[in-house]
Design a protein around this ligand. Structure first.
Ligand SMILES: CC(C)(COP(=O)(O)OP(=O)(O)OC[C@H]1O[C@@H](n2cnc3c(N)ncnc32)[C@H](O)[C@@H]1OP(=O)(O)O)[C@@H](O)C(=O)NCCC(=O)NCCS
Length: 388
């Protein structure tokens, strides 16, 4: 029984709880719509670049040519890693999960900023750009080092997406692959008050620095119910292996109350618009790369799952095809969530900057259901479990 006398409503999972006003992102989960700063995701995917989209999210407007050039130059200038950070990355065990590496390296990045704490908006933006620029360098440096290769020095004049693929492989990427990567980054850049963005906002509300904010986001994104779902969805497709086995997999999974990864969403109760865009690219990539069997298996799982989930609001989400796209781009599976973080940093930092314009410490409550006033028990009399 609770000691609180007035009626209390617990919003477990914080479903439908609004924590702030925002001008960054709008999702209409019933109508399959997603807007960044008022622009539809379809328009941005068709016409924008990740750099432009990140600028839009952080500053609030689409950049002019001059503003975009300056933004791209700042990203380029910030991409090389500090020697100390590179040395640190070289010291990490090869078997480390890249998300753990990213979380640790972004935290360490703050040590190389002589003034991580700031209450100036422009300096916050500069730090956001610095972190945004460094994350692809961190991810690729670790991947190279664990594969006993030297990190690749970033080239200037490449898009963020192409630069990432270049630093990963050491080869300039095929322009189509770079374009698909660019679109994937746009699609993952922002998604309103999701779990990791909320974690960032909580951290920001204490007036902590941007590195602590981003580290909170990375730690929260790491879980399989959030960032890890695309890895799990790809693993499912690879395990199923053939379109003919999709139906029995889905029937068995649902009978055992297992979740189909890449399906379901807290906000979308219909098609995730990002899924629709990525599925198109996955189909094209499969045809170009001769990987139709993989794509066909994913489509068969999707078709079968939708058939069995008919009448429910459980539809495919962005993760049902993002892992497949990254896989076909030749990217190792455990880098998918770090790539998500690399993109979502734009949204995390945009929300941080917005929230701090009108900050209030986030401090909710927990309804205490325990006892009070228990007599202190001498160590020799304790039972070693919760006292009755
Ligand atoms: C994302 C997710 C956590 C959102 O779930 P949610 O809004 O909290 O919904 P709940 O967990 O309350 O699930 C509601 C019902 O739908 C079912 N459900 C939800 N997602 C499901 C899925 N992917 N496959 C099968 N059933 C699912 C649940 O089993 C539950 O059924 P029940 O009421 O009979 O117990 C959930 O859909 C999920 O785990 N999906 C798989 C992971 C994933 O793809 N995550 C990426 C999100 S972008």
């Amino acid at each position: 029984m609770s000691l609180i006398k007035e009626p209390v409503v617990i919003h477990k999972g914080l479903d439908n709880v609004y924590v702030k006003e925002s001008r960054i992102c709008f999702i209409d989960g019933e109508a399959s719509k997603l807007f960044y700063r008022g622009y539809s995701i379809e328009e941005l995917a068709a016409h924008s670049t990740f750099e432009e989209t990140a600028f839009l999210l952080i500053y609030g407007w689409l950049p002019t040519a001059v503003q975009l050039k300056q933004f791209i130059s700042k990203l380029s200038a910030n991409r090389p890693l500090e020697d100390g950070l590179l040395r640190l990355i070289r010291e990490f065990p090869d078997r480390s999960d890249p998300m753990d590496v990213l979380r640790t390296a972004v935290s360490a990045l703050g040590l190389y900023d002589s003034q991580p704490m700031t209450d100036e908006n422009q300096l916050r933006i500069d730090k956001a750009i610095r972190i945004l620029a460094k994350i692809p360098s961190i991810i690729t440096a670790f991947d190279r080092v664990r594969n006993h290769k030297d990190p690749v020095t970033p080239k200037e004049q490449m898009t963020h997406a192409a630069e990432f693929l270049y630093m990963l492989t050491g080869n300039e990427p095929d322009p189509y692959d770079a374009h698909v990567m660019d679109v994937a980054l746009i699609l993952h850049a922002e998604h309103e008050m999701n779990a990791s963005t909320f974690a960032c906002t909580v951290t920001a509300s204490t007036l902590a620095d941007m590195y602590s904010v981003t580290t909170s986001g990375i730690g929260t994104l790491r879980g399989p119910l959030h960032g890890g779902a695309n890895e799990a969805a790809l693993r499912t497709v690879l395990d199923v292996g053939d379109p003919s086995k999709a139906e029995s997999y889905v029937v068995d999974a649902l009978a055992h109350k297992k979740r189909i990864m890449g399906f379901g969403h807290r906000v979308y109760k219909t098609w995730d618009p990002r899924y629709l865009i990525l599925k198109g690219f996955a189909g094209e990539l499969a045809a170009r790369k001769g990987q139709s069997a993989l794509f066909d298996t994913a489509v068969a799982i999707e078709t079968s799952a939708r058939k069995h989930l008919e009448g429910t609001p459980i539809f495919p989400n962005v993760d049902s095809y993002s892992g497949i796209v990254f896989h076909m781009l030749g990217i190792q599976t455990d880098l998918f969530t770090p790539i998500f973080a690399m993109s979502r940093t734009a949204g995390w930092t945009a929300h941080t900057i917005e929230y701090l314009e009108n900050n209030r410490l986030i401090r909710p409550k927990a309804l205490y259901m325990g006892k009070v006033g228990l007599p202190y028990i001498p160590i020799e009399s304790r039972t070693g479990k919760v006292e009755e």
